[in-house]
Design a protein around this ligand. Sequence first.
Ligand SMILES: Cc1cc2nc3c(=O)[nH]c(=O)nc-3n(C[C@H](O)[C@H](O)[C@H](O)COP(=O)(O)OP(=O)(O)OC[C@H]3O[C@@H](n4cnc5c(N)ncnc54)[C@H](O)[C@@H]3O)c2cc1C
Ligand code: SF4
Length: 339
Amino acid sequence: MILFDFEHESSPSAEAAVARLNEVSEETRFLAGGTDLIPNMRIGITKPERLISLTSIPYAPPTLDAKGWLEIDALTKLSEIEHSKLVGDAAPMLAASAHSVAGNQIRQVATLGGNLCQETRCLYLNQKHDFQFVEPCFKRGGDCCYPFPKNKKNVCWSVYMSDIAPVLMALNAEVSVLGAGGEVRLPIAALFTGDGLRPHTLNPGELIRRIHIPPAPSHFGWGYHKSTVRGGLEFATALMAVALEVKAGGLVCSDARIAIGAVNEGPVRLDKTEAAMRGLELNPANLRMLADQASQEVNPLPHHGFSKPYLRDNIRVHLKRTLSLAVERAGKGLKENRS
Ligand SMILES: Cc1cc2nc3c(=O)[nH]c(=O)nc-3n(C[C@H](O)[C@H](O)[C@H](O)COP(=O)(O)OP(=O)(O)OC[C@H]3O[C@@H](n4cnc5c(N)ncnc54)[C@H](O)[C@@H]3O)c2cc1C
Ligand code: SF4
């Protein structure tokens, strides 16, 4: 599929990139690793007239700030995150999720910011347009939805498949966003609209600068699972990220966050299941009960040939295992969390 003509320029700094994007009049996008944007341009999902490349902007390696928060520049390559000793020690679930993205060649160029800002996916969208359809769907600016023909105009149920976003939600991460008016720091959940047509809250000209992850408390455990058909170089069928804390000397849960990805228009937290966990002893029978409850709380969209009942079942089975792993890690203590 031949790429159309567009202007391309490189920016020396994040500030210059933001200023430039806010100055130009034509439709312009930031270009990081290009592993999501360029394929989407090839198949006509997006048609920017100008790209501002971020690849010449220097970025710092992951660091800990004075309060012990892990700070990662959004331009950091996923391969650097998966292999960083600091990330592996401070936020091993993030390292595991970076490792699960695509394949090594893609992770060598793909960035953290690009991963979070990736487009939603749909079997009927990620196809060369004139090969697959005559009429474009809502997401392409048309007048229909192929998998959900009864959807009202402009309701799009494409799914958001970042492997990393649910992990950052479960870890209570924050994000710094640079715009024309300066930098703001927000909870990671504030990035997502839950709307398949426009999945991100960022305005054109706003750039993710860095991610901040709070230090893990004592008696903390995590679990991450990416369900796939083949097990490699593949987008997820469903994603589960669990972060929990138990009270000292036992398995009574004092805090928990569960985030589910790849089955809705954005990552979702399971508030009711999390509330049920607090104060509960996390023994095998209760974990089974919690996984059952979670699979009913989640409301997956059928996608890529997976039905809603199948996705619920997938989440029930794998979430039970993911919770068990998190409890086991919490019981062993933080030092043994790196695997
Ligand atoms: C074969 C293949 C397999 C893949 N498998 C997976 C997978 O398993 N899991 C997964 O999560 N992804 C997967 N991807 C998608 C993609 O590779 C990753 O999401 C990658 O991390 C995107 O990062 P990038 O730097 O290449 O983003 P780009 O393609 O450069 O950018 C993506 C979007 O983000 C915007 N953007 C980039 N950086 C910023 C920033 N700092 N601030 C604001 N906006 C920004 C761009 O303008 C663009 O709209 C796959 C892609 C391919 C081609
Ligand atoms: S769900 Fe969205 S992307 Fe898929 S066909 Fe419908 S409108 Fe298009």
